[in-house]
Ligand binder design. Structure first.
Ligand code: SF4
Length: 275
């Protein structure tokens, strides 16, 4: 049976209070545009789930199902995972109130999810049994360079933790429309956040981090980017960002950040101008 992240971790709906916890997605949303962050996370304006976001969720659910079976000694074939995804499709749809304009749109998206899962498992389905799957890590944010407790926990849902050379590798899945250059900066906040959480939880440094991208090309493609354990300067930069974010929350100060990102912003319909 495929379960959702919330069910898998025994979590109820997470708090919408921005002071309840910080997460890499909240931090990244604020970095992109503080006004968009405020509209979404403080004012609670939510846009309907897009087909693209839903596809990512369905693929995540399929991979989670595969790896949870691995943890109990069962090896599912890609067809088994796809069949389980099909069985739970309706539940995933209703969880996100997701609707399609036509049954063929829905069928195409289901086929796309199946193709991505098949390609992923063909390439990476034989790796060692993971140490953790879709696991929620939450730790108090204590600046390692000053020892100051920032008074808010950091929360992250880590897709996969797999055995590495000396320690473990922290893995995140992404679905994307096209291949991207291996630009570490794009993922810096998320990688540093996961590194912090892993170290605070296990008291040891990760042996590396990975972003596994499932690319939605006509023939699905899997790209596995490996990144070294976070350096001191990367973690220092992470805490500078965290402090700037908390300053904005403290002051209730959210500035517009007009630019290229506006072309993809859910609030560019005038909601932004009225904010
Ligand atoms: S349209 Fe641009 S400035 Fe306005 S909220 Fe979105 S990203 Fe920010």
């Amino acid at each position: 049976m495929i379960s959702t992240a919330h069910e898998a971790n025994g979590l109820k709906e997470r708090s919408r209070d921005v002071w309840a916890y910080m997460s890499p997605s909240r931090l990244n949303a604020w970095l992109k545009c503080p006004v968009a962050f405020k509209l979404r996370y403080i004012d609670g304006i939510r846009s309907p789930t897009t087909p693209s976001l839903f596809l990512g969720k369905a693929v995540h659910a399929g991979l989670e199902c595969f790896y949870r079976h691995r943890q109990v000694g069962m090896h599912l074939e890609p067809g088994d995972v796809i069949q389980r995804l099909d069985t739970c499709w309706g539940a995933l749809l209703s969880e996100d109130c997701m609707t399609f304009t036509s049954t063929s749109d829905e069928e195409n998206l289901k086929q796309q999810a199946a193709g991505l899962i098949q390609a992923y498992l063909d390439q990476l389905g034989d790796e060692p049994v993971p140490a953790a799957v879709e696991t929620t890590l939450q730790e108090p944010l204590v600046d390692p360079f000053t020892g100051e407790d920032l008074g808010i926990p950091l929360l992250g849902v880590v897709d996969l933790i797999v055995p590495g050379d000396s320690s473990s590798v922290v893995v995140d899945f992404k679905t994307s429309a096209k291949s991207g250059p291996p630009c570490e900066k794009v993922h810096e906040v998320q990688l540093s956040a996961y590194s912090y959480l892993y170290r605070a939880t296990t008291q040891q440094a990760e042996s590396g981090l990975q972003i596994r991208s499932l690319i939605k090309t006509k023939t699905p493609k899997i790209e596995c980017r490996e990144y070294p354990a976070r350096s001191e300067s990367q973690l220092r930069r992470f805490f500078q960002i965290v402090r700037a974010y908390l300053d904005d929350l403290d002051r209730g100060r959210f500035v517009h950040r007009p630019g290229f990102g506006c072309t993809m912003c859910e609030f560019s319909d005038g909601t932004c101008d009225a904010a």
